[in-house]
Design a protein around this ligand. Structure first.
Ligand SMILES: [Fe+2]
Ligand SMILES: [Fe+2]
Length: 174
């Protein structure tokens, strides 16, 4: 039985994993590039929501360092989302910002009270999954240098996010 306010399933990781699996399926059948970039963009939307909501959660409001770090990370993720949306548009697609199924279930701010270690551990797992997604996409777009450069730049940011999250996790647990 879960304690009051606890977070059970890691929806954030589940959504990111699902998007990675769908991208893998698209790569396996040589789907249009736009669909692949949309999967990555949907993962970015999940990340924007996740970090933005933690920044304004009860714990975020009580811990300035948490709010600052999560707000900065949300800004990075938003930048990734915009870069992917721009590339989708350049390739003749239409970015979908609705990302069905993602909205508002990654964390309810009031539910995060006292759960920072768990939230950071969940974030770390999701960031690691995002890194794998970008590595796979980068390899897939080997013949499209412009798209690949965007993916590789985002990948470098995600690797920084992972080490930032490890630092936050260690800091919180000490
Ligand atoms: Fe990102
Ligand atoms: Fe990230």
């Amino acid at each position: 039985m879960m304690e009051h306010g606890a977070i059970g399933e890691n929806h954030f990781l589940a959504d990111v994993k699902r998007l990675r699996v769908s991208a893998q399926a698209m790569m396996a059948c040589s789907a249009e590039p736009v669909g692949l970039l949309q999967a990555a963009m949907s993962a970015e939307i999940a990340c924007v929501l996740r970090y933005s909501l933690i920044a304004v959660s009860a714990d975020g409001l009580e811990n300035e360092w948490v709010a600052t770090e999560c707000a900065a990370q949300a800004a990075d993720e938003r930048n990734h989302m915009v870069r992917l949306a721009d590339r989708i548009t350049e390739l003749g697609g239409k970015p979908d910002y609705f990302a069905p199924g993602l909205a508002l279930r990654h964390i309810a701010p009031e539910a995060s009270k006292g759960c920072l270690p768990r939230l950071f551990a969940e974030n770390l797992a999701a960031e690691q999954c995002v890194i794998e997604l970008y590595r796979e996409l980068s390899a897939h777009f080997a013949d499209d240098p412009k798209t690949r450069a965007i993916l590789d730049e985002i990948l470098a940011d995600e690797e920084t996010h992972t080490s930032d999250m490890e630092d936050l996790l260690n800091t919180q647990l000490i």
